[in-house]
Design a protein around this ligand. Structure first.
Ligand code: KIV
Length: 272
């Protein structure tokens, strides 16, 4: 699927589903779920690499993970989900040439067909226009933008009327700059709904209410694998506890078998 096809989904009123993946196991599971898009998000800095924020993850690390994601797919290329990779902090903020080199590297050496960038400052808009002109599709990201955590924290964004007007203006600017879609994170649902109605490009929400053209989730959050759950993204299953319980049972079984070696598991199998 080409990134621009998500605009047709919006026109047809077909809900867009986006899940993150970070390696070949997670991408094979996400692919099997039927999600339209896989985002290799820089949230992997926290969920996978153990960093406190998304800021430390490097372009090389993103490339390493997006390559692994591509190796996890099982279906033929034409049926695989669209892969979008986050441009990490400082790979696009320092100018157009660096941004083209960074995004180009991701598209050249991996299955990623588009990149995502955060914010809509004038410098970012210029970078997006250049990337799009160079044939690199761009997804925008507004609201809570974790690369700006030291400025905004992780609280809900665009609460007062003036910041809501600013967000609406920025959403329009991102569309005019050539973004093919827009992620809106942790803002009031009524604001996301208003932006969805204004824009031709799809608005994909997380913690932004139900009235969006699609929803995006961090798969590790949805599966309950992370030790701290974002309040706006509840888990579907207590995955972490399920895995811990299963592994504890296995460890205990090993101890029991060592103490009592006559149990069936430790017997040589006769069918070999
Ligand atoms: O990095 C990420 O996973 C993201 C999603 C939260 C949208 O940007």
């Amino acid at each position: 699927m080409r990134p621009g096809e998500l605009i047709d989904f919006k026109k047809k009123g077909r809900a867009i589903t986006v899940l993150t993946a970070w390696d070949s196991i997670s991408s094979s599971i996400v692919e099997a779920s039927g999600a339209d898009v896989v985002l290799v998000g820089d949230s992997l800095a926290m969920t996978v690499l153990g960093h406190a924020t998304t800021l430390p993850v490097t372009l090389e690390e993103m490339l390493h993970h997006v390559k692994a994601v591509g190796r996890g797919f099982n279906s033929p290329l034409k049926n695989q989900p669209l892969v979008i990779c986050d441009l990490p902090f400082l790979s696009y903020q320092c100018g157009q040439d660096e941004a083209v080199a960074a995004a180009g590297k991701l598209l050249k050496h991996s299955c990623a067909a588009a990149v995502k960038v955060e914010g809509a400052e004038p410098e970012v808009l210029i970078v997006i226009e250049r990337l799009v002109r160079m044939g690199i599709p761009v997804m925008g990201h507004l609201g809570l933008t974790p690369q700006s955590v030291h400025k905004t924290g992780y609280q809900q964004q665009a609460i007062d009327p003036s910041s809501q007007e600013r967000l609406v203006k920025q959403a329009n600017q991102l569309q005019d700059s050539g973004c093919f879609s827009l992620v809106i994170e942790h803002v009031p649902g009524a604001l996301a709904s208003r932006i969805r109605a204004l824009l031709k490009i799809p608005v994909i929400g997380i913690g932004a209410g139900e009235d969006c053209d699609g929803q995006i989730r961090v798969t590790a959050d949805l599966l309950g694998l992370t030790s701290t759950q974002p309040p706006f993204s509840p888990s579907l299953v207590p995955g972490r506890q399920i895995f811990i319980d299963s592994l504890q049972a296995w460890v205990q079984q090993q101890h029991q078998q060592a103490e009592n070696p006559t149990t069936t598991e430790s017997q040589p199998r006769s069918d070999y």
